[in-house]
Design a protein. Structure first.
Length: 649
C-alpha cells in the first residue's frame, strides 16, 4: 500500500507540475501572475475553520492606451479588485462581478456590508457571516471608475463619461482574464446597485465604437459599433445582469420622490409640503425635457432635478432633542443628523474605514499601491464623473434585454432609488416588442417561511420588490438577497445540499426542494474516487485542515484520477472538483504584488483631493447643505463639494 503510494507519488507530480506550468505560465504581456494576487490571510477575520475563504486581490491596468512609453514616474490607471471564490460548488461554476455606485463609491460596500462573506464585528475585526453570494458563486468586487476606493488614477486623468468607464472596464477585463483565464469559461453575471444601474447596462451592452477614442464624450452612431462585453472579442459567457435599487431613468425616477412620499405617508396629499414637492417636480420635468432636447439624449441627471429629493422631504428636517435630524434617504424607517441624512449610515462604515486604513490590512489586500487612503465614496471622482454627455442606461436596456436576462430588484424602504420609480420605468419602457410587463402574473416569494417580496418576469426582464429592505438590500436581508440571486441565475436547487440549501424558499407554487438532514449513519465508509459529494467533502477537508494526512489523501486521489485519466486516454486534464490553482495555494507565501507608496506617487496625488486630512473629518460638512447630486447617489463621503464643476450646478 505504502510502496504503491510512494511509487505513484512521482507519477503524480508529473500531472501536477504540468498543471502548474499551464495555469501559471506568466502572462506574456508583463502582467503579474495569479499567485501574486493570492491573499493568504485577512487580518482579524474570525473565520469558521471549516470554511476558509479563498481570496485574490490587487490592481490591474485599465488604461486602454497603456503603452511602454509611459514615463516610469507616471501614476498608472488601474482598477482594484477582490475575488472571493465560491465556497461550495453548485450545479456549475459561476462568477459575478459586483459594482457599487456613487459614482465614486467603493465596492467594499458590497463586500463588507451587502453580499460579501463578512461584516465588521464592532471590536476592530471582522466576523464571517452566512448569506454571502460567494457561497455558491465566485464574486469579484471591482473598484471603478479609476480613482474609486483602492483603484488608481492620476488626477489629470479622471474619467467623466460612461463610454470612458466602459473602455476602462473592458481593458481591465482583458487583463483580468489573462491572469485568471479560468473565469472566462464560467457563466458570468454583472451585479451591483444604485449608480451601477448606469454602469451595468453600459458595461454589458454599450455599443462602443472601436475606432473612437475614449476621450470622445459623445459616442458615434451605435449601430456601426461593437458591443462592450457582449460583442467584445473577449467572447464572454455573459448570462445575465442584476441591478439593485438602481439609478436608471431620471424621467421616471425624479417624479418618484413625491409619489413614494405620498404612498408611504411621508407627505400628506394637498398639504403645503405636497404642493412644494409638486412644484419642484414639475419644474424638474421641464428642465429635464429641455436638457434632453439640447443634448439629444436622455439625461442621467439635471441640475434642477437634483434638488427634488431634498425639497420633497424638507419638512422632515426638524430639531429633535437639540439635534437637527432628517430622513435617512436610504432607509425611510431611519433618521440621521442633518446634513448627512443617511450618509452616516450604515453604522458599520466607521469601523470599515478604520479597518481599511490599517497598514497590515492594506498590505494583506495588496492595496499598497493606492495613492490615497481608502474612502467609501470619493467626492473628487464623483465630481469628475459627471456623465453629462452620456445617454442614460434606460436607452440601452431594451437592447440588452434582446440578448440576456436582466433583474431589477428594489428594497422597498429605500427613498433615493425607490421601487415606485423603478416600477414606473419598467412600465414606461418598451422592450422585446411590447411596452411594460404586460399581462404576466406577479408571484409571491418567501424565504425561510417569511414573505420576502414579489417577483415578476416578462420577456427577459425580472422585477423583484423586496420587503423591509433598504437601499442596501443585502445589508438588511442577506439570505433573501442570496436566494434571489440563486433563483435568477437558475441554480438547480436539487443539486445543492449544504448551507443555505437548507433554507426553505418558494416562488409562486415553485417550492425549493430542501434536503432532509440525514442524522443516522454518521460514518459512511469512504469509497475512493466515488461520488461528487464525497470528492467535494474531501477537497473541502483538505482546504480546511491542510494536514499532512489529508495531503496524502489528495495525492492518492490525484494519482487515482490521473491513472484513470490515462487509462481512458482522454484528451483533457483530470476533472478536479475545484480549480487547479487551489492545489498551489497552500504553498504560496504572503506576497504583495504591489510596491509601497512611492514618493513620486505622493507628488502625483491629486492636489484637489486631500483625502489624507479630509477623510478623517468624517462625512458631515458642517453647516453646508448637501449638494443634491451627492444626495442622489452617494452612500457616503464627499470631501470636496467646492471642487465640483460649474456645469453640474
Ligand atoms: C488615448 O490615446 C488617444 C490617442 O493617442 C489620446 O488622444 C487620449 O488622450 C488617450 N486617452 C487616455 C485616457 O489616455
Ligand atoms: C440616446 O439614445 C436615444 C435612444 O436610443 C437615441 O435616439 C439618441 O440618439 C441617443 N443619443 C446619443 C447622443 O447617442
Ligand atoms: C431573451 O434572452 C435570450 C437569451 O437568454 C434570447 O435568446 C432571447 O431572444 C431574448 N428575448 C426574448 C424575447 O426572450
Ligand atoms: C429561519 O427562521 C428560523 C425560525 O424563525 C430562525 O430560527 C432562523 O434563524 C432563520 N434562518 C435564517 C437564515 O434567517
Ligand atoms: C415586512 O413587509 C411586509 C410587506 O410589506 C409587511 O407586511 C410586514 O409588516 C413587514 N415586516 C416588518 C417587520 O416590518
Ligand atoms: C438538477 O439536479 C438534480 C440532482 O443533481 C438532477 O437530477 C436534475 O436533472 C437537475 N435538473 C436540471 C434541470 O438540470
Amino acid at each position: 500500500m505504502i510502496s504503491a503510494l510512494s511509487s505513484g507519488f512521482l507519477w503524480a507530480l508529473l500531472p501536477l507540475s504540468f498543471f502548474a506550468a499551464t495555469t501559471y505560465a506568466a502572462p506574456t504581456d508583463g502582467l503579474p501572475s495569479a499567485q501574486s494576487f493570492y491573499v493568504s490571510h485577512i487580518p482579524d477575520l474570525h473565520q469558521d475553520p471549516d470554511r476558509p475563504l479563498r481570496i485574490y486581490a490587487g490592481h490591474l491596468s485599465s488604461d486602454p492606451n497603456a503603452t511602454a512609453v509611459a514615463a516610469p514616474t507616471d501614476l498608472p490607471q488601474q482598477l482594484y479588485f477582490v475575488i472571493v471564490k465560491a465556497r461550495r460548488t453548485a450545479d456549475k461554476e459561476r462568477v459575478i462581478f459586483w459594482l457599487n455606485g456613487g459614482p465614486g463609491c467603493s465596492s467594499f460596500d458590497g463586500l463588507m456590508m451587502e453580499v460579501g462573506p463578512w461584516r465588521v464585528d464592532g471590536s476592530g475585526g471582522l466576523r464571517a457571516i452566512e448569506g454571502g453570494w460567494e457561497e455558491y458563486t465566485t464574486v469579484v468586487y471591482v473598484d471603478q471608475p479609476v480613482g474609486t476606493g483602492f483603484s488608481i488614477s492620476p488626477s489629470n486623468k479622471y474619467l467623466h463619461e460612461l463610454p470612458d468607464a466602459s473602455r476602462h472596464w473592458l481593458q481591465f477585463l482583458e487583463n483580468f482574464y489573462t491572469v485568471f483565464p479560468e473565469y472566462k469559461e464560467m457563466d458570468t453575471y454583472l451585479a451591483g446597485e444604485s449608480f451601477a444601474g448606469q454602469y451595468i447596462p453600459y458595461f454589458g451592452q454599450y455599443l462602443l465604437p472601436a475606432a473612437v477614442s475614449p476621450n470622445v464624450l459623445v459616442p458615434s452612431d451605435p449601430s456601426t459599433a461593437a458591443n462592450a462585453m457582449l460583442d467584445s472579442n473577449l467572447n464572454l459567457p455573459l448570462n445575465g445582469a442584476a441591478i439593485g435599487n438602481g439609478w436608471i431613468d431620471g424621467r421616471s425616477q425624479y417624479p418618484s420622490f413625491l409619489e413614494y412620499a405620498l404612498k408611504h405617508q411621508l407627505v400628506e396629499a394637498n398639504s403645503d409640503d405636497y404642493k412644494r414637492g409638486k412644484d419642484i417636480t414639475d419644474r424638474c420635468m421641464t428642465d429635464f425635457d429641455k436638457e434632453a432636447s439640447t443634448l439629444d439624449l436622455e439625461p442621467i441627471h439635471t441640475g434642477l432635478c437634483e434638488s427634488v429629493l431634498q425639497t420633497v422631504i424638507e419638512h422632515k428636517t426638524q430639531f429633535n432633542k437639540g439635534k437637527l435630524m432628517c430622513l435617512n434617504m436610504y432607509d425611510v424607517r431611519l433618521d440621521d443628523v442633518a446634513p448627512a441624512c443617511g450618509m452616516n449610515w450604515p453604522p458599520d462604515l466607521k469601523d470599515i474605514g478604520t479597518y481599511l486604513h490599517r497598514p497590515d490590512v492594506v498590505r494583506a489586500l495588496h492595496a499598497t499601491a493606492a495613492p490615497v487612503p481608502w474612502t467609501e465614496c470619493r467626492g473628487v471622482i464623483h465630481t469628475n464623473f459627471n456623465t453629462r454627455h452620456s445617454n442614460s442606461s434606460i436607452t440601452i436596456i431594451p437592447r440588452m434585454l434582446e440578448r440576456i436576462p436582466l433583474m431589477l430588484f428594489a428594497g422597498d424602504q429605500d427613498f433615493i432609488c425607490n421601487y415606485v420609480g423603478i416600477e414606473t420605468l419598467v412600465q414606461s419602457m418598451t422592450w422585446n416588442g411590447e411596452k411594460g410587463l404586460g399581462t404576466v402574473q406577479t408571484q409571491t416569494w418567501s424565504v425561510n417561511n417569511t414573505a420576502a417580496g414579489t417577483w415578476v418576469t416578462s420577456r427577459n426582464l425580472t422585477y423583484v420588490k423586496i420587503f423591509n429592505a433598504s437601499h442596501m438590500v443585502g445589508y438588511d436581508v442577506p439570505h433573501v438577497s442570496h436566494d434571489m440571486m440563486l433563483r435568477f441565475m437558475g441554480v438547480n436547487f436539487s443539486a445543492i445540499t449544504e448551507g443555505s440549501a437548507r433554507i426553505p424558499s418558494s416562488l409562486g407554487s415553485d417550492n425549493k426542494p430542501v434536503p432532509i438532514l440525514v442524522t443516522e449513519d454518521p460514518t459512511p465508509t469512504p469509497v475512493p474516487g466515488k461520488t461528487k459529494e464525497q470528492n467535494k467533502a474531501m477537497w473541502e477537508a483538505y482546504y480546511n485542515a491542510g494536514s499532512a494526512a489529508l495531503v496524502l489523501v489528495i495525492i492518492a486521489v490525484l494519482i487515482a484520477g490521473f491513472l484513470f485519466w490515462r487509462s481512458r486516454q482522454k484528451q483533457h486534464a483530470v476533472g478536479l472538483p475545484l480549480s487547479r490553482e487551489d492545489i498551489q495555494e497552500e504553498n504560496i507565501p504572503l506576497t504583495s504584488s504591489n510596491g509601497n507608496l512611492d514618493d513620486h506617487h505622493r507628488e502625483d496625488r491629486d492636489d484637489d483631493d486631500d483625502d489624507g486630512s479630509r477623510m478623517r473629518k468624517g462625512k458631515g460638512r458642517a453647516g453646508s447643505a448637501l449638494t443634491p447630486h451627492e444626495e442622489i447617489f452617494g452612500v457616503g463621503d464627499d470631501e470636496d463639494e467646492d471642487s465640483r464643476s460649474p456645469a453640474r450646478q
